[in-house]
Design a protein around this ligand. Structure first.
Ligand SMILES: Cc1cc2nc3c(=O)[nH]c(=O)nc-3n(C[C@H](O)[C@H](O)[C@H](O)COP(=O)(O)OP(=O)(O)OC[C@H]3O[C@@H](n4cnc5c(N)ncnc54)[C@H](O)[C@@H]3O)c2cc1C
Length: 458
């Protein structure tokens, strides 16, 4: 049953009190310049703090430790953002991508094995991208050869993964690999759960423009994965991967929007209020004040877009073409998969001619997720483009106002979002948000084709 407004007000007060008591004091300063071990220990401790309160996985089903409605989650994320609580950076793939995949397409055994593990702090990484297989993910070349061994069937995996966020700390990997090289490229991929302690794995961190190494290359040399770690039917990994990709939309966007609207805007205003050596405050310049007012308005627009997406999801009308605005209805009519609107064009082509033929042929678990589409349609692409570009404009403006001083800052707090108030570093970091989960160019194609009904990309 949905919570009433009074219930939500009570929940808000409870979370606010909890935040006052539990958000670590001065964590930004304590997390600035820390090494990897300290960052991991802090993230794990914060995750367990949230878990004890029932706030770590609010989006999971109640039987697995979640059970909050979308409206309740919205209140939770608003309050965590207002209290400037640390972000769950390390557990992001575990609680969103891995959980969504297991809940949608995993077996009962896989769920029983891994969901409690995630609650206990197991870290997951997404091993999808490869050299020359990013936007065109279906071109991936890592192979998975099925073989019978004394202990049972295994997949023997060889290849290379790229840009795997958090791989250096991961216990498990969501892996896509080509299991039938003779099949059309989207029909020969299998989805595997890979233990990151398996022999034959070599994880090499990549240094990014900020000097961090949060993403990695993963080299796989004859890595053996037990056949029971296959998710969904063999060679149907492409369909299963849609559940993983859908997890990075919707509620995760709402959380990011709330953080941008709270600590992001607050620290931007603070920067603009700070007097320079001559005592001038940037905010007293009407052009600066005008920009700040503009950002405030844009954040209101972003929040409204996120709320609309999430509320329609809660009402079960995101996948219901009759309830969608006309532009979205057109897009939904044209796709076999409810959430195909979010996939890059290459993926979408495959989804329309899926290995299962159409959604009615998909395995039951995958079908259920399609019936009540996770966060589908071009509107989720609109939210992603809007958020990432607003983030760039705000952090870019912060860097402009902070001037030379911003150029001397060498590190920003770990466990924060993209809006730490170290403006130049935030600005550089903001560009990464326009790439993962489908670049903004790909998102614009989705908006054009699925939302506006423009002719398809050749
Ligand atoms: C911070 C970060 C974290 C990441 N984390 C992970 C992770 O954990 N796991 C994982 O598997 N991957 C991860 N990735 C990889 C990410 O998914 C890919 O970088 C992304 O899909 C783009 O692929 P690519 O880098 O190969 O670029 P390409 O696909 O080669 O694209 C290069 C450029 O061409 C444009 N382009 C490509 N195709 C088209 C088209 N059809 N129409 C118009 N423009 C096009 C792109 O928009 C882009 O500007 C991460 C990336 C980043 C930046």
């Amino acid at each position: 049953m949905n919570a009433t407004l009074a219930d939500l007000a009570e929940l808000r007060a409870t979370i606010r009190d909890w935040c006052r008591a539990h958000v670590p004091a001065d964590w930004r300063r304590a997390q600035t310049g820390v090494g990897d071990d300290e960052f991991v220990a802090f993230q794990q401790a914060w995750f367990q703090e949230l878990r004890r309160a029932g706030y770590a996985v609010p989006h999971w089903p109640a039987e697995w430790g979640g059970g909050m409605s979308a409206a309740e989650q919205m209140v939770l994320y608003q309050e965590l953002a207002a209290a400037d609580a640390p972000r769950l950076v390390l557990a992001f793939v575990s609680i969103h991508h891995a959980a969504a995949t297991l809940l949608t397409a995993g077996t009962d055994e896989q769920r029983r094995r891994h969901l409690p593990g995630i609650l206990d702090g197991e870290i997951w990484v997404q091993g999808f991208s490869e050299p020359e297989a990013g936007s065109d993910l279906a071109s991936l070349r890592t192979t998975a050869r099925r073989e019978s061994r004394a202990g049972g069937d295994v997949f023997v995996v060889n290849g290379q993964k790229l840009w795997a966020s958090g791989a250096a700390h991961a216990d498990w990997c969501l892996l896509l690999a080509r299991s039938d090289p003779a099949a059309p490229k989207r029909r020969g991929i299998s989805y595997l759960l890979m233990d990151m302690r398996s022999p034959g794995l070599d994880v090499r961190p990549i240094r990014n423009a900020l000097g961090d190494s949060h993403f990695c290359e993963i080299f796989l040399n004859d890595v053996e994965i037990p056949a029971e770690n296959l998710v969904g039917p063999e060679n149907s990994g492409w369909q299963v991967a849609q559940a993983t990709l859908a997890a990075e939309r919707g509620m995760t966007m709402l959380e990011l929007a709330e953080r941008l609207g709270n600590v992001g805007l607050r620290s931007l205003v603070e920067t603009c209020r700070r007097p320079d050596a001559a005592g001038h405050r940037p905010i007293d310049d009407t052009l600066v004040a005008d920009r700040l007012a503009g950002f405030d308005t844009e954040i209101a627009g972003l929040r409204a877009l996120c709320r609309d997406l999430v509320e329609r999801h809660d009402a079960g009308t995101v996948g219901d073409a009759s309830q969608a605005p006309p532009a979205m209805r057109r897009s939904q009519d044209r796709t076999a998969f409810g959430d195909a609107g979010q996939a890059p064009p290459a993926m979408r082509r495959s989804q329309d001619r899926t290995a299962f033929g159409d959604a009615s042929q998909a395995p039951p678990a995958v079908r259920r997720s399609q019936d009540r589409t996770a966060f589908g349609g071009a509107d989720a692409s609109v939210v992603k483009v809007y958020y990432s570009e607003l983030l760039q404009r705000m952090t870019g403006f912060g860097a402009e106002i902070a001037g030379l001083a911003a150029q001397t800052e060498l590190s920003k707090p770990a466990s924060s979002g993209w809006e730490s108030g170290r403006w130049l570093l935030d600005f550089i970091g903001s560009w990464e948000w326009t790439i993962p989960g489908g670049t903004n160019e790909i998102q614009r194609t989705i908006i054009g084709e699925r939302g506006l009904g423009l002719p398809r990309e050749p």
